[in-house]
Design a protein around this ligand. Structure first.
Ligand SMILES: Nc1nc2c(ncn2[C@@H]2O[C@H](COP(=O)(O)OP(=O)(O)OP(=O)(O)O)[C@@H](O)[C@H]2O)c(=O)[nH]1
Ligand SMILES: [Mg+2]
Ligand SMILES: [Zn+2]
Length: 297
């Protein structure tokens, strides 16, 4: 299991022990076959006794989280085999922005990685608004407070034996939650970490942190900046689970669910007030996607 990469070397976990590894042979020649955090790799047995273990190949990935290369030339893998995205938002301080939450959920959906939502800081305000916003989407919504020490074990149970990427707005309490779950981590808490992190996003790859109970968390602060860019506009509707009953029911097969006649998605949204903010997020992300140069251009 690859925990992370620093330049040309990898930190890998072999039978519970962390070792340094480098690519060898075919794995080294094939530039596209770069291993990333979360990859299961094949090792050269003969190198197990050496200082640097040889990686000879990468096992097929069950999922891959990708980020756009700066300047828009293709994508680059960030983390492999991610099982779930944990979207952390605060009930207050900073106040939740439903549209930002929806963007993060869309990024997870577009990468085919199931998300869960954690509403932290419930000691400051109620999570009812978030529950209402997501009532029809069907995502698990947990409530936590690191201050009041509530909901931590329920979140911890969700992380066991899985690889989870934490994402969410700065100040929501991601590092605080991880520290509450795994006190040995000693992650930096406070607004400063975001600023320091932002500048490094382009160069630092994701790092997997092993959890004592089994499982890994990924501490890339950049996931929220992976952005919605890689999504084909016509596939955005599939990133909103509550639209599913209406998909395929529109009058036009290529309906984008804006104002087209006979649009089943729009009818669904107009019939149910609970769906309207999510539909508004859909429209806003759609406009954004169509304003950006596409991958095939
Ligand atoms: N009231 C309250 N404050 C909290 C809670 N959890 C974290 N905080 C505070 O919120 C602030 C931000 O917490 P962090 O854990 O650094 O937030 P983060 O999501 O990691 O932020 P970035 O690293 O900037 O993305 C800190 O001052 C924490 O002490 C909570 O449950 N309740
Ligand atoms: Mg943090
Ligand atoms: Zn439609």
């Amino acid at each position: 299991m690859v925990l992370g990469r620093e330049g040309g070397t990898y930190r890998v976990l072999i039978a519970g022990i962390e070792r340094i590894a480098i690519l060898r042979g075919k794995a080294k020649r094939d530039e596209n076959e770069r291993a990333v955090a979360g990859d299961r790799v094949l090792l050269d047995q003969a190198t197990l006794t050496e200082d640097m273990v040889g990686i000879t190949g990468i096992e097929p990935r069950k999922s891959i989280l990708e980020r756009r290369v700066q300047g828009g030339r293709g994508t680059r893998p960030v983390a492999a085999n991610v099982d779930q995205v944990v979207v952390v938002i605060a009930a207050a301080s900073p106040d939740p922005i439903p549209h930002l939450l929806d963007r993060l959920l869309v990024v997870a959906e577009a990468n085919d990685i199931p998300p869960i939502v954690v509403v932290n800081k419930v000691d400051l305000a109620s999570a009812d608004g978030i529950h209402a916003h997501l009532s029809l989407a069907g995502y698990p919504v947990l409530e936590t407070s690191t201050r009041a020490a509530t909901g931590i074990s329920a979140l911890q149970a969700r992380l066991v034996d899985r690889e989870s990427v934490f994402t969410g707005p700065s100040g929501a309490g991601k590092s605080s939650l991880l520290n509450a779950i795994e006190p040995e981590l000693g992650l930096r808490v406070g607004a400063i970490s975001a600023k320091a992190g932002r500048g490094r996003h382009t160069t630092v790859t994701a790092t997997l942190i092993p959890l004592a109970e089994g499982g890994f968390v990924v501490d890339t602060p950049g996931f929220s900046e992976v952005g919605v860019w890689a999504i084909e506009p016509g596939a955005l509707d599939q990133c909103f689970p509550e639209f599913s009953a209406a998909l395929g029911e529109c009058k036009y097969g290529d309906c984008m669910h804006r104002g087209e006649p006979g649009c089943a998605v729009r009818e669904l949204a107009e019939a149910d007030a609970a769906l309207q903010p999510r539909y508004a997020s859909y429209l806003s992300i759609l406009n954004e996607l169509e304003g950006l140069p596409q991958e095939w251009e």
